[in-house]
Design a protein around this ligand. Sequence first.
Ligand SMILES: CC(=O)[C@@H](O)[C@H](O)COP(=O)(O)O
Ligand SMILES: NCC(=O)COP(=O)(O)O
Length: 247
Amino acid sequence: MTLLSVNLNKIAVLRNSRGGTEPDILRAAQTCIEAGCGGITVHPRPDLRHVRPDDVRVLATLLRGRVEYNIEGNPFAAPRGAYPGLLALAREVRPTQVTLVPDSEGQITSDHGFDLTADCERLRPLVAELRELGCRVSLFVDAGAQGFEQAVAIGVERIEIYTGPYAEAFAEGDARDALAACVDTARRAQQAGLAVNAGHDLNQANLGGFKAAIPGLAEVSIGHALIGEALYDGLAPTVRRYMQILR
Ligand SMILES: CC(=O)[C@@H](O)[C@H](O)COP(=O)(O)O
Ligand SMILES: NCC(=O)COP(=O)(O)O
């Protein structure tokens, strides 16, 4: 069974657009847990536009001992204001997994992975510290990435394949090449001893074929589409409830 980790960034984006506390991230996490998800993912960023450090902290308390907690982010992004940095957050909350992502400043969302052959040496001390803290470490990589042996050598246990190009090809009607690249990447990573996660723009339409093609897929983290789909699923009953009140 592949673990579903629900990314709650979009709940925070909606909340942040008004200020205040609604929609409430803890309530959203609780709902996802009650629905059977295996994990919660957050991706705090230095500009605080998504999940914020205080969200990361309160979620840790809610999730501990219940489901996996996956925190994503760029470990090299400098602390700024209320954002203490990814490593500092990991030291505080000790999530199940930290997924290191080479986001650059101002990126709307993640759009590429690490170059393992170039980046493993500078990642080495960070991976070591995260492992000391008891966190599993996963590296965000593009399909086609090389250097999995180097990743294993510095203590990395998983990769997360960036599935944006697969999702885009699927939406355009022909995902065969993009899927084949993910399948080959997963196979090589597994042969090197890594477990394989995947994420970005996965949705109910493109997930089934992806999962079927990747034996042993350990985890998918899904946020943007899942929250959008939840809106569609929830809009009609919600409107009906308002109509009841207004009768
Ligand atoms: C690491 C990753 O794949 C990203 O997909 C990201 O976490 C997506 O979520 P946001 O764009 O909402 O931060
Ligand atoms: N790691 C990917 C993730 O957490 C969610 O990405 P998306 O579904 O919001 O594109």
